[in-house]
Design a protein around this ligand. Structure first.
Ligand code: GLN
Length: 550
């Protein structure tokens, strides 16, 4: 979309922009306070009031996207329908809200500079000196307005990653300041998430929050609402003190204390403190009260389910809590949908390889999941795990790499091809049952050469997966480079492995199923990206159902 004033900074005199609303969510004191979840929770409350919300994430790093970043650095890479490889906060947005999410909703410093430099090379700045202000800041706001000014949108929530005071986020905060100023305070507001730490003697301290708000004010943004992260609820005296020092209204100093059991309590906690009411009043939005009963029901089922289902997740990026964020969440949603509590046991596949007693690690699990991954490390441990689950009849869900592992294990154990492998891990192996498509073999560039984003899988009749989806077609997101090799497909099938879904032309395998097994399914795509707490994904739901059955 091209707006009439898109090349000017940004509204020409006399032009009245449509009255769309903007909320900037910033963070102070330190990172990892849960800004993404806070922003998404505000979004969910506004949606509950019938507003159309869009979520935007700004990441101040120079990478163009998160695609080439290690999960160790960055947690999971969240993939959108259009195949953008984005920050995991987009996953939070997708679970808490119905905001459409695409490449446009994830902005990085790298993208902004790339776009500005490209325009400069094209001579579009007409000989002017290209500078951070106004050119970078204008470009940032053009990106934000490009989403927020769309006809159907009411409110755009922009989460500025990083912490105020970081060098990297300065241009983004300056852009936010300008945008708030331009559209006016009745159309834009600032929510600042900050920390109230607990020090010796259980005392909660407000000083870091005072400093953080001062920092915001130095930049020229007076926060309208403070979300105060604290280990326990902050009382009215403390809220009054914070209000006094920060110039924020008492009612708008919100206790964002740690929730007891699930992150999906956060919208409820905010609603109790009237965050949505403050936002709609402040922005002059005339909407009715929100219906948050679906969230209440979810939290109620989650907190009252007693039956525990233990799912072993065997992967290689296990140490870092966020590496498989969407998979974790999808398992939990599926638990709630079945009225049980999913307990996820994370197992490092590499450690499994070196342990004599590895089988004991996999005992007492109700189900096993092998998630996606890249690179050789830990593969043997995953193959052993698949063999264990197949032979012992334990429900097994293989996602992407986890499905490829099923095929490798089948080649080795059933077909007796000791050297069966993926050419990703052993380029010269004798039986590359998983390999690159021929036309891909010469690709050397690792950025953006994968099969990415939404595409259709055709689910074959009479298969379990077709029953699960109750449809002949599944549209799911992909993120992978290697495929089940067509050369070995006849052998795999004639030896009994069921190929249960393919692309439309039948050329690529999308799903496999173990024969004579209670529940052994692998999918080449990533169903986890489409699971929502209020709408558990059918594949995960059925996997948990099978794992919960005696
Ligand atoms: N490494 C495998 C591939 O590229 C699997 C990728 C994944 O699990 N996301 O095909």
């Amino acid at each position: 979309m091209r707006l009439p004033w898109i090349d000017s900074p940004f509204f020409p005199v006399g032009y009245l922009p449509p009255m769309k609303k903007y909320i900037f969510v910033t963070g102070g004191v330190c990172s990892s306070l849960g800004k993404g979840i806070a922003a998404a929770s505000v979004g969910s409350l506004l949606e509950a009031r019938g507003l159309v919300v869009r979520m935007v994430k700004i990441d101040p790093y120079i990478n163009v996207d998160a695609g080439t970043m290690s999960p160790y650095q960055h947690g999971e890479v969240f993939v959108t329908d259009d195949g953008a490889e984005t920050d995991l906060d987009l996953g939070n947005y997708s679970r808490f809200t119905n905001s459409t999410l695409s490449r446009q909703n994830s902005i990085t410093t790298g993208q902004i500079y790339q776009e500005v430099i490209q325009r400069e090379r094209e001579g579009r700045y007409l000989g002017r000196t290209v500078q951070v202000v106004p050119h970078i800041t204008d470009r940032i706001n053009q990106r934000i307005l490009g989403i927020g000014e769309a006809d159907d949108v009411d409110v755009t929530i922009v989460e500025v990653g990083g912490t105020v005071g970081d060098i990297e986020s300065i241009p983004f905060l300056e852009a936010a300041r300008q945008l708030i100023h331009e559209v006016g305070h009745e159309h834009a507001l600032s929510i600042h998430l900050t920390l109230i730490p607990q020090v010796a003697g259980d005392e909660l301290k407000t000083k870091p929050t005072q400093h953080s708000v001062n920092k915001m004010r130095e930049i020229g943004i007076q926060p309208d609402i403070l979300l105060c992260r604290a280990p326990r609820e902050i009382d009215n005296d403390m809220r009054r003190k914070i209000a006094l020092f920060t110039n924020v209204h008492f009612d708008s100093v919100i206790s964002a204390h740690d929730v007891v059991k699930t992150i999906y309590e956060i919208p409820l906690s905010y609603q109790r403190q009237k965050v949505d009411e403050i936002v709609v009043k402040r922005l002059g939005l005339e909407v009715g009260l929100g219906d948050i009963s679906p969230w209440e029901r979810y939290v109620h089922t989650f907190t009252t389910s007693e039956r525990v289902v233990r799912i072993g997740m065997v992967g290689k990026y296990i140490e870092l809590a966020d590496s498989y964020k969407s998979v974790d969440e999808a398992l939990i949603h599926a638990g709630v949908a079945n009225g049980v509590r999913t307990e996820i046991v994370k197992i490092d596949s590499e450690q499994l390889e070196s342990r004599e007693d590895w089988e004991s690690v996999l005992e007492n699990l109700d189900g096993i999941l092998v998630p996606g991954g890249f690179g050789t490390r830990g593969i043997l441990g995953m193959v052993k795990t698949a063999e264990f689950a197949r032979c012992k009849g334990i429900p097994y869900l293989g996602i992407c790499l986890g499905m490829q592992i099923m095929v490798i294990e089948w080649g080795r154990s059933v077909l007796g091809w000791v050297d069966a492998n993926s050419s990703e891990f052993a380029p010269d192996c004798k039986f590359p049952v998983v390999s690159l498509l021929e036309e891909q073999v010469d690709v050397k560039n690792y950025g953006g050469t994968m099969r990415l984003g939404l595409s259709d899988s055709y689910l074959l009749e009479g298969t379990r997966i077709r029953d699960i989806y109750q449809a002949p077609l599944a549209s799911e997101r992909h993120r992978h480079r290697y495929e089940v090799s067509n050369k070995y497909r006849p052998d795999l099938e004639s030896s009994g492995l069921l190929i249960t879904a393919t692309t439309k032309d039948g050329a690529l395998v999308e799903s496999v199923q173990w024969p004579d097994h209670p529940w052994g399914i692998g999918v080449q795509y990533h169903p986890e990206f489409l699971s929502k707490p209020l709408k558990a994904h059918p594949l995960f739901r059925d996997f948990i159902r099978a794992s919960a059955s005696p």
